[in-house]
Design a protein around this ligand. Structure first.
Ligand SMILES: [Fe+2]
Ligand SMILES: [Fe+2]
Length: 398
């Protein structure tokens, strides 16, 4: 197995890092690439305005996920270690964990220039190959080759690869931090990372979360999601807008509710329960062990508390999983948009989509009936709100 090790402060992780990571995976034919945010980098003092450890780790995870590559993993190995964090210690630990792996330490050219001053450079060279990549067009192979000779002089068997990356994204974290403070730099970040920064007010950003424009809300919504769920949420937004227009719900409210409807979905049961305690959300027996049901309630609480959403929007999020009797148009729209957005694929989805085009209540009833059927098949209990919703719709017809 060939493992690439890409350490850095990732303060924050930006498109330059991600482009380098992607290219290096291909050029070195890596089986795995570990992104390792540094805790206290000894050779690069953290700037005063750097983000806290847990934020850098979370942003690195969001950036890594956005690559949608199975090889990429984020490791907190250096953050877990107490005291200063040295590359040589990380490599020793990784060598122990993966004794048969071929390790490659990745670095930018600015790093290789200071490499001989790192702790135990010779030991590093024995543990791992060095792969240096140019960050700017001026970094020619020729100038890098010079460093190569120095390394070989220290350890003759040193493995060295020098890559000049094509399609280089010319950006540094310093540029990004300064740009963010000035209200720029969004273009250097993937939306989820940009959203995360705004949500936590990092790097002197001071977005008013209760007065966000739709584009910014969309980035922030992405920062809550696992990357693979992003298309679902954007699909829900698209379908919700269509249904809102068709059936006379407010378009802005439909977008807001769709974007935030799954904002707590990636949280663990423990984190969900913590939110329930924090917001005083009462749970029935079924909800106590059904993660899928909890996220609608906690998501609604976040939408109200953090983003100051209207009760109309909050309520659409709250009922998007179970439904309830006597729903508003927006509640129905979000329930059905979540169920039928373009990425959904299950037996009957086409029928349900057609029903959405014919009649909102007909589609809603069909949706509830499908849910009841599915629960029965799996031997799961049906939430009482869903049964009430179904009974209400049927009663309405009589
Ligand atoms: Fe959901
Ligand atoms: Fe959803």
């Amino acid at each position: 197995m060939r493992i690439g090790i890409y350490g850095g402060t990732f303060d924050p992780i930006h498109k330059g890092h991600l482009a380098a990571a992607k290219t290096v995976i291909e050029m070195l034919a890596l089986d795995r690439l570990l992104l390792i945010p540094a805790a206290i980098p000894p050779h690069k003092a953290l700037q005063e305005k750097s983000a806290a450890t847990e934020h850098r780790l979370a942003m690195t995870r969001l950036g890594a996920e956005s690559m949608m590559k199975k090889e990429v993993e984020v490791s907190d190995i250096e953050m877990r270690r107490s005291g200063p964090s040295y590359t040589v210690d990380t490599l020793r630990e990784l060598k122990e964990e993966y004794p048969d792996a071929e390790l490659w330490l990745l670095m930018g050219t600015d790093m290789i220039e200071s490499f001989l001053r790192w702790r135990e450079p010779a030991e590093i060279l024995r543990l791992a190959g060095i792969c240096a990549f140019g960050r700017s067009a001026e970094d020619t192979e020729k100038s890098l080759a010079l460093h190569g000779e120095k390394l070989k002089a220290l350890v003759p068997e040193a493995r060295l690869k020098i890559l000049t990356l094509p399609n280089l994204v010319e950006v540094s974290s310093t540029m990004v931090r300064e740009g963010l403070a000035a209200g720029e730099a969004e273009e250097y970040l993937v939306p989820a990372v940009y959203g995360y920064i705004l949500r936590h007010g990092l790097y002197d950003t001071a977005a008013d979360l209760k007065k966000l424009d739709m584009e910014t809300l969309r980035c922030i919504a992405m920062s809550y999601l696992k990357a693979r769920r992003i298309p679902h949420v954007l699909g829900t937004e698209e379908t919700a807008v269509h249904l809102a227009e068709k059936y006379g719900a407010d378009e802005t409210a439909a977008r807001q509710a769709a974007l935030l409807h799954d904002c707590t979905k990636r949280l663990s049961m423990e984190e969900q329960l913590e939110l329930c305690r924090h917001y005083g959300i009462e749970l029935d027996e079924l909800e106590k062990d059904a993660l899928k049901l909890l996220h609608a309630k906690t998501g609604a609480a976040i939408a109200a508390d953090v983003f100051g959403m209207s009760e109309e929007v909050v309520s659409a999020i709250r009922w998007h999983t179970t439904g309830k009797a006597d729903m508003t148009v927006l509640e129905k729209v979000i329930y059905l948009a979540d169920f039928t957005e373009p990425n959904r694929d299950f037996p009957g989805v086409e029928e349900l989509r057609k029903a959405c085009e014919r009649d909102l209540d007909e589609a809603l009833q069909m949706g509830f009936e499908m849910t009841v059927e599915e629960m029965k098949e799996w031997g799961n209990p049906v939430h009482e709100k869903t049964l009430e919703a179904l009974a209400y719709l049927k009663g309405q017809k009589i």
